[in-house]
Design a protein around this ligand. Sequence first.
Ligand code: BDR
Ligand code: CA
Length: 311
Amino acid sequence: PRKIIVDTDPGQDDAAAIMLAFGSPDELEILGITAVAGNVPLSLTTRNVRIICELCGRIDVRIYAGADKPIARELVTAEHVHGKTGLDGPELDEPTMPLAEGHAVDFIIDTLKSEAPGTVTLCTLGPLTNVAMALQKAPEIAPRIRELVMMGGGFFEGGNITPAAEFNIYVDPEAADLVFKSGIPIVVMPLDLTHQLLTLKSRVERIREIGTRPAIAMVEMLEFFERFDVEKYGSDGGPLHDPSVIAYLLRPELFKGRECNVEIETKSALTMGMTVVDWWHVTDRKRNAKVMRHADADGFFALLTERFARI
Ligand code: BDR
Ligand code: CA
């Protein structure tokens, strides 16, 4: 199986991504999960990762606490989408499993140095603070990373936290800037793609039919999560952003995109955190990322349901 580190700020859609990875042990080996401040503060994202692991019977997983705020800014959170705990929806027991000792940044560095070069993939589902701090502290890890697959950004689609910026990039634009300049092979799953992955009633029902405790808890999370888009935009469901990262590793053919240059705006107040994507190659700037734009949404939800049923 492919070795991955999941960096996350749960978040109901982060939870769905982690569950998708748990349901895919033949393809993915989770070396560890690193928590970062994002949707909610770090004290809650570390709690939420532990809840998800316990819910899925995975108390063997190593979970590390990472950065509690962005590199150069105050933390912006998203309780308006995810609720006060970040995992609002189901009734969930407080977790009892401990965090692993040490800082997430050191875990990322040590793992990349001890595993064979080019074998570890980073899956980022939140602000890029932990990865950027690892790159700052140990720049020599960059060429050892097989690939970094991230949920973040939005270009033709615009932003979801400001008109110009997507949440994960907006929260820590300096971190994103560092990552996009690092030379790591990057795959981006932006809002343009994730807004195609809607939690339609029929899709959620298929997950409910699995009938297990993790599946039912997931349905209750999704029903809470989708209300933001359904109520605010009259959408037919919520955009299930983060699992697209894991789905890409499992079934890349579900997604289509192109290699292009991506730069991050870190100066302008108006467009802070914007992902400036040179989709049409109008510059000769280096093509530093593969940006995905189209998804087979039915195929994606079929995969999700199949893998949730294995937990
Ligand atoms: C991203 O922001 C968070 O609210 C979600 O978990 C996702 O990672 C979407 O913009
Ligand atoms: Ca997230």
